[in-house]
Design a protein around this ligand. Sequence first.
Ligand SMILES: [Zn+2]
Length: 115
Amino acid sequence: MTEKFEAEMRKSLLTLKQELMDNINSQNNSFHSLVSSADPKDDVDIASDVIDREMLESMSSQDLNKLRSIDAALSRLNAKRFGICMKCGKKISEARLRALPYAVLCIECQNNDER
Ligand SMILES: [Zn+2]
C-alpha cells in the first residue's frame, strides 16, 4: 500500500468518524459537550477515552459498531496492518477500501459470510 493511499484512507476514516460523531452529537447534547472538550487532534483516542458507559447506552448499536469499526481501521493503519483481510489474510482491493474504508474482509470472504 502506498503512503498516498494510506493518507487517503486515514482522511476518509476520520471524515466518516466526524460525521458519525456529528450525527450522535445532534441526538445527544451531553455527548456533545464531552466530545468537544476532548483534544480534536487526538481523533484516534476519542472513542476509548471520552465515551463512557452512559454515552454508549445512548448510542444506537449500529452507530456504535460503526464507530468501533472505524477506530479499529485507524488502529490498523497505525499498526501498518490496514487493508488485510481478517479471514484469509489477503490484501483487500483498493477499490473496496475506497468504498468502505473500514472493511475487515476482502470481497470474497464477505460474500462467503453472507451466504
Ligand atoms: Zn478474505
